[in-house]
Design a protein around this ligand. Structure first.
Ligand code: AMP
Length: 119
């Protein structure tokens, strides 16, 4: 049976172009194609995990690694001292569009309030 794939799997496997900033055996980080801020990078596990709901206790190290890669990238991008935001959207109400877990690193200017409330 064919292994499940995703848009981000194609980027991770270099089958689809992306501006990859970092990759190791666990995660890949690349610039968001439609940046919401001057710096907008996605940190993605190489293994397909669809949502936060699919994480297991054995993924504790992976999730910690994703956060530490994000903080390293924030330093590399020069936004660590001014500050930034890390976001993981989950499913429909959380605004998740791509069903492959990803951590957004956004910054480079003041980001304003945490949430936009729909009317
Ligand atoms: P989310 O709404 O949390 O699922 O975020 C998905 C993100 O993936 C959005 O910010 C998109 O702009 C971004 N995105 C979609 N396609 C690509 C792509 N081919 N390369 C880089 N980022 C992408």
């Amino acid at each position: 049976m064919e292994r499940e794939s995703s848009l981000f799997t194609q980027i991770i496997q270099r089958q689809r172009p992306a501006d990859i900033l970092y990759q190791d055996e666990q995660v890949t980080a690349f610039r968001d194609i439609a940046p919401a801020a001057p710096v907008h990078v996605l940190i993605v596990p190489n293994r397909l995990i669809k949502t936060l709901n699919d994480l297991q206790s054995s993924d504790t190290g992976l999730v910690g690694h994703m956060v530490l890669v994000a903080t390293d990238l924030a330093r590399q991008q020069g936004i660590a001292d001014d500050g930034y935001r890390l976001i993981i959207n989950c499913n429909q109400h959380g605004g998740q569009v791509v069903p492959h877990l990803h951590l957004h690193l956004v910054g480079g200017h003041p980001l304003g309030p945490l949430l936009n409330h729909p009317d």
